[in-house]
Write a protein that binds this ligand. Sequence first.
Ligand code: GLY
Length: 353
Amino acid sequence: MPFTSLIFTENIEADLKKELSGYAPNQIFMLSDSNTQTLCLPVIRGLRCLSEAHFLSIPAGDDHKNIENLAKVWQFLSQEGATRKSILINIGGGMITDLGGFAAASFKRGIPCIHIPTTILAAVDASVGGKTGINFNGLKNEIGAFHLPKAVLFYAPFFKSLDRQNLLSGYAEMLKHGLLSNTKYWNELLSLNLSNPESVEFLAAVKESVLIKENITEQDPKEQGLRKALNLGHTAGHAFESLALKRGMPILHGYAIAWGLLCELYLSSKFFGFPKDILQRYIHFVREEYGVFHITCKDYPGLYESMTHDKKNESKAINFTLLSNIGEIHLDQTANQAQIEEMLDFYRDMMGI
Ligand code: GLY
């Protein structure tokens, strides 16, 4: 069974060199985007173990996670003579680890890759577990493959470049991992000082989150069962994300997930008696930290429609992962239109809109 080395490093030069020497690649290729130019790329370019690497940068942003940029990466690898003995290192946020991961999965039927996430969202989610892909035909992650990176290197100084919104975006996936795992970690998350992402506590929480995700994806790499737990908050969250996009005012993924978690914890409480005190504390926290995403009842048909198109649905019913308590997971739950409207009513009541 292939596996990924998860390396939490304070010395990226030494750890990357050690990791690379294990593969002895004939050539090293580096993929990054315009977001990493100022803070992260100069550090990487200065590493002696990468002195002969080939570099390619593509424009940042999820709208660039497309076939054109994928073709640019294939072209780059092909022109420079990459082979299956070469390695592609993807340094950036989730857009880069997804697109670069898929370039690695597909070039010459698969070459090895390493991810170096530079956002919390990429660290705790996109870089772990081997999901790769691009957007296509207006649909997110429509084309892709499972392709595990050989290693993921987590280097805290890279997270310094993040503004508070991007930090909170990644933090929402950590909250999801907390809900899926245990009360101790959940309570630690809610009492973290979010103004100090370089603190020992914050980095320990990131590490815990990475390990929770790795543990789930290792047990179910191809999402046949347990991995579906990671969809908690995402059925409603993706619908909010799509609505925001249609309005021409995109929201960060993690914000959509924070609001989606609120909705799905309501369904959890309705169907499985998820504790109301935990739900209330979470609602308070979300309002404080993430604010409000405005919807009215006129948005319900569009939100419902988005949920019916979600990849996670295996039939016409809308699929959710729900909880009866922290760490008590119920996969493949469905809700009908009336129940979904009730969930959205609850969301609006709690948000005071
Ligand atoms: N982002 C959810 C997963 O990797 O399965």
